[in-house]
Design a protein around this ligand. Structure first.
Ligand SMILES: [Fe+2]
Ligand SMILES: [Fe+2]
Length: 389
């Protein structure tokens, strides 16, 4: 039940109002403005409405009380209905100017006053419902957006982890390539040339770059983990990995139609081994027919392949890797992307150092994370036999 504070020193009018309103509202009768303000100052929950008699509000008058209410942070949301014997337009206008919602003229007609109050209360209730709905909607949108991105991080983290179980180097490589992709992408977005890459998609592009080699899960272990040069047959088996990944993404893409994350993932997974001169694989695309994200990723991919340590080969220095990439401009790589690499190569160098440090930190965090097996066992002990609702 909504609460109304009645401020009126006239006992007759107070009784009349109480009789008309007490069935539907909880009433707080106050005989003057000072008493009303004292009560409101102490209240932890304020009434929804005040009915203030302009002529019978005691010292200071009704306008002064109205102003005090509307200027007070805690009280300004209270709806105020003014009662006035003065039917001059100036008094009525002053009431509205100071924040009153309604001005009702005296002598009091109990039925009309009740109806006016009911209407104001209905409006207040509708506004509160709408505010709650909007606030809930905003919370839901924020929650789903955050959860959706976190879910992507979660799934990609898991897939990368599984991949690294099969081949530790590939897992590390995927994370590193995604970071290098971020550097190139930032440079390209800032270059002023429009490649049609929306800057707001930066995060999901960098994230999906991490999955570019997930097709390697379909490559036989004997090939994937071979140390040393591949035979022709082994190389053919390895060259299937972009198609394996693309097929898996295609297979489930009906669940997320027109999803940019899925399309970016597909482009990078399928086309990152295409070459600018058309001699790459699997589709032998050339030049601008290769999706731009795959052209960018190709440079990031090769930089990491050259500079990362492997048990079977010596890592090349940053300078040596730069020379190889520059030589590949226009044959293996999009020349514009190589230019971007030239502009940002020192960031690559620093990132490589940073990745090494972060990998050490992450290993420590993984060690310190609470055991899911323990949490699972606790949950099973608590609810395993079912609980009554
Ligand atoms: Fe690859
Ligand atoms: Fe790769």
């Amino acid at each position: 039940m909504s609460t109304i504070m009645l401020v009126n020193s006239s006992e007759i009018e107070m009784k009349l109002m109480q009789k008309s309103l007490e069935k539907d509202y909880s009433l707080i009768p106050m005989s003057n403005a000072k008493q009303a303000l004292g009560r409101l100052a102490k209240a932890s929950v304020v009434p929804e409405m005040m009915v203030i008699d302009l002529e019978h509000a005691g010292p200071g008058g009704g306008f002064s009380l109205l102003s005090s209410v509307k200027m007070h942070e805690k009280l300004k949301g209270i709806k105020v209905v003014l009662l006035s014997a003065d039917k001059e337009g100036a008094t009525e206008m002053e009431g509205y100017r100071l924040g009153a919602s309604e001005v009702v003229f005296k002598p009091i007609n109990a039925s009309i006053l009740k109806r006016r109050i009911d209407i104001q209360m209905e409006m207040l209730s509708n506004k509160r419902q709408l505010d709650n709905y909007v606030s809930q909607l905003q919370k839901n949108v924020t929650f789903h957006a955050q959860n959706s991105l976190r879910l992507e991080y979660f799934l990609i983290g898991m897939i990368t982890d599984l991949l690294s179980k099969k081949d530790g180097f590939t897992g590390t490589h995927c994370v590193s390539v995604s970071r290098y992709m971020g550097i190139l992408l930032q440079d390209i977005l800032m270059s002023g040339i429009n490649y049609g890459i929306p800057s707001e998609d930066y995060e999901i592009i960098v994230l999906s770059a991490q999955l570019h080699d997930m097709g390697k899960m379909g490559v036989p272990d004997s090939v994937l983990m071979k140390e040393g040069k591949y035979t022709d047959e082994e190389f053919r088996a390895m060259k299937n990995h972009p198609v394996y990944a693309a097929d898996a993404i295609q297979k489930y893409s009906y669940l997320l139609p027109d999803n940019k994350f899925v399309i970016y993932m597909y482009q990078m997974a399928r086309y990152h081994h295409e070459r600018w001169d058309g001699n790459g694989y699997p589709d032998r695309l050339a030049g601008y027919n290769i999706p731009v994200l795959a052209r960018i990723l190709a440079v990031a991919d090769v930089y990491d392949a050259l500079t990362a340590n492997r048990s079977y080969k010596q890592a090349k220095t940053h300078e040596h890797a730069c020379t190889i990439l520059l030589q590949g401009a226009g044959t293996q790589f999009d020349p514009a992307v190589v230019q971007s690499f030239q502009r940002s190569h020192m960031l690559f160098y620093n990132m490589a150092r940073q990745i090494q440090e972060q990998q050490a930190q992450q290993a420590a965090q993984i060690q310190a994370a609470p055991s899911l097996m323990t949490q699972s066992q606790q949950m099973t002990r608590q609810y395993g036999g079912g609980t009554r609702q």
